[in-house]
Design a protein around this ligand. Structure first.
Ligand code: SF4
Ligand code: SF4
Ligand code: SF4
Length: 292
């Protein structure tokens, strides 16, 4: 019997959205398993820059610097797709929140969620953390953070290294973060991640940032903002505004009942599955190229 070929172009809008949701999960899982250290390597580049400036040394292209440059250039072009799809710590945050919501449903309890206003204020903390780390590196005192970073503990867990003797503070911080991740999707990303702070202030090109066609919106609809882990109200179509806090997770696109959200390049409208595949594959090729 001849098997019927599946052509993405022939799928209904609903089927494409479902496929996109599964695709995101698969990409996140693959990056989580095979490339868990990209975010730590990228941030090591930031620490290196300020340490070198502090001691008056030349900044050379080390392996960490290469990862940082690639991640930043990629983000400037495509927005924070790395955060939305490829960062292992971001994926951990999403998984913890999803598990918590699932358990609440099972127990017939309403999930606790941090209010939008409070979350808005808390999102400034990441800039304070970034500034603190930059100052420590500049002064050559970053070693005081040894054993305190939850990223380090997470990387050790991923590598099945359980020698936490000198990482007590880091373990406690990671546990607290995991608890926080229950109450807010992307708790660490939104409020505390210094790498996220760097990404959010990068000058992102407007071509691939998301906008909504307000005239076509359903009256009083806020579905996309409610689904958004960063509580973003997307700018209007045609606007050059880019939201630095947007993780490019594309969840708003998959949620909109009117398929009203798209990036600045209209040819990608309705082709989110292929565009997501392209960006994930390109990022993977870049990481392989730099030997991550
Ligand atoms: S904000 Fe930080 S932890 Fe979150 S996905 Fe981006 S780099 Fe990873
Ligand atoms: S605006 Fe859309 S793509 Fe950006 S973070 Fe919110 S849901 Fe994700
Ligand atoms: S979900 Fe769609 S229709 Fe609703 S506000 Fe967002 S863009 Fe408009």
């Amino acid at each position: 019997m001849q098997k019927e070929k599946i052509d993405i172009r022939n799928l209904s809008v609903k089927q494409k959205k479902k496929l996109h949701i599964y695709l995101r999960a698969v990409i996140q899982l693959l990056y989580f398993i095979f490339l868990p250290s990209a975010f730590t390597a990228g941030f090591a580049g930031i620490k290196y820059i300020f340490t070198q400036i502090g001691i008056g040394n030349e900044i050379t292209i080390t392996s960490f610097m290469t990862v940082l440059v690639v991640l930043c250039l990629y983000t400037i072009v495509f927005g924070r797709f790395f955060c939305g799809f490829a960062c292992a710590f971001g994926t951990l945050g999403e998984a913890v929140r999803a598990f918590y919501v699932f358990m609440c449903k099972k127990l017939k309890k309403k999930p606790i969620t941090i209010g939008t206003k409070v979350a808005g204020y808390l999102s400034y903390i990441k800039y304070v953390i970034l500034t603190g780390i930059v100052i420590l590196c500049f002064k050559g005192s970053y070693s005081v953070m040894q054993g305190k970073s939850p990223w380090d503990v997470f990387s050790m867990l991923h590598a099945r290294n359980f020698r936490f003797e000198r990482y007590t503070v880091g373990v406690i911080v990671l546990i607290l973060l995991v608890v926080g991740m229950c109450f807010q999707e992307r708790f660490f990303c939104r409020f505390f991640c210094p790498m996220g702070a760097v990404f959010s202030i990068l000058p992102v090109l407007p071509f691939f940032s998301l906008h909504r066609d307000r005239e076509n919106c359903i009256k009083n609809c806020t579905a996309c903002t409610r689904k958004c882990p960063a509580d973003i109200e997307l700018p209007k179509k045609g606007s050059l505004e880019v939201r630095g806090d947007c993780f490019q997770c594309q969840k708003c696109i998959d949620t909109c009942p009117k398929s009203n959200i798209h990036c600045g390049i209209h040819v990608f409208k309705g082709n989110e599955v292929l565009f997501t595949l392209f960006r994930a594959a390109l990022l993977f090729c870049l990481f392989m190229w730099i030997g991550l």
